[in-house]
Design a protein. Structure first.
Length: 59
């Protein structure tokens, strides 16, 4: 059984997540709880980029 993955669609959503998280940090006003959690979110997004978005370049 061959599975078809929508890698390009996933990569676009990952970029949207990154933009949203970055914007949230920008408007946080320096609230430490928000900034620290956004940093964690961005670290997870970076792992998604490594796993998914980088594959798009190979396609």
């Amino acid at each position: 059984m061959v599975k078809e993955y929508k890698i390009e669609a996933m990569a676009k959503k990952i970029q949207l997540l990154k933009q949203t998280a970055t914007e949230l940090k920008r408007i946080s006003g320096g609230i430490q709880a928000v900034d620290k959690n956004v940093d964690r979110i961005l670290a997870s997004i970076k792992m998604l980029e490594i796993n998914i978005s980088d594959v798009v370049g190979l396609l």
